[in-house]
Write a protein that binds this ligand. Structure first.
Ligand code: BTN
Length: 246
């Protein structure tokens, strides 16, 4: 076991990603170490957003990885790997869960988990990656202005044991990380695409040119989202270049 081989637990932290980065800088930390907390005072989301999570209700953790086998240009593979591991775990309770490109896990139109992946690249090599995961488990009410949060409890109607969830999820993530280490990148990419939210369905999107109707067809080798327009034209987007209209 790599992911989950060591668990560092903290009652509360500013942010597990920030603390994992501090540990990486100031100590030696084994690959796969999980930095876990019950509560974040300054939980970080994508694009400088905050991550809301009630004390002791959800999974909040960061995994320290040294994915030296991955070229920096292929680093989206790490996000794909982690997203698949979270879906493997969730699908046992919620078979309809999907991956919303690039880094969210959705159930119907609601967000159940988010990923914040931060890599340190030196001399064209990935030195280390911190994969931060926020997975909503037992929270009933969300107070921030996040548009569409949901939790396992809201969907399934009953409480889940956080320790059991963490250990099952760590083992699902570990199995996916092994797949990545074994070089099975084709399988990872194909599975990621097949589990995409809105794959091959016509929906509304918004880019620099305004609103349009399109359907997601695939992901490029560099992790860009490919959407076909009604005209047949294909558009390719980096993170934040396109909004999903929900
Ligand atoms: C997002 O969807 O915006 C990403 C959310 C990531 C939240 C997790 S919670 C654990 C880890 N520590 C953080 O500060 N953020 C990530």
């Amino acid at each position: 076991m790599i992911i989950g081989s060591k668990l560092l637990y903290f009652n509360n932290l500013p942010s597990t990603n920030t603390h994992a980065a501090f540990l990486l800088k100031n100590s030696s930390i084994a690959e796969g170490t999980i930095v876990y907390t019950n509560f974040q005072l300054a939980g970080r989301g994508q694009m400088g957003n905050r991550w809301e999570s009630e004390d002791g209700k959800n999974l909040l953790f960061s995994i320290v990885l040294y994915p030296k086998m991955i070229n920096p240009s292929d680093q989206f593979l790490i996000s794909m790997t982690i997203s698949l591991g979270i879906c493997d775990f969730l699908k046992r309770s919620i078979p309809i869960c999907k991956i919303k490109w690039p880094n969210d896990i959705y159930v119907n139109n609601d967000k159940i988990a988010g990923l914040l992946i931060e890599s340190s690249i030196m001399k064209n090599r990935i030195e280390s990656t911190i994969a931060g995961i926020g997975l909503n488990i037992n929270q009933d009410k969300f107070l921030s202005n996040a548009p569409n949060p949901v939790s396992l409890k809201i969907i399934k109607g009953s409480k889940f044991d956080l320790t059991t969830c963490l250990s099952e999820l760590a083992s699902d993530l570990d199995a996916r990380y092994k797949q990545l280490m074994e070089g099975k990148t084709y399988n990872i990419k194909e599975e990621y695409i097949s589990q995409l939210f809105r794959l091959n369905e016509w929906h509304e999107y918004k880019d620099n040119n305004g609103h349009y109707s399109g359907r997601i067809k695939s992901i490029s080798d560099f992790g860009m989202l490919q959407i076909e327009m009604r005209t047949g034209k294909m558009s390719e987007y980096s993170f934040k270049e396109v909004d999903f209209i929900l």
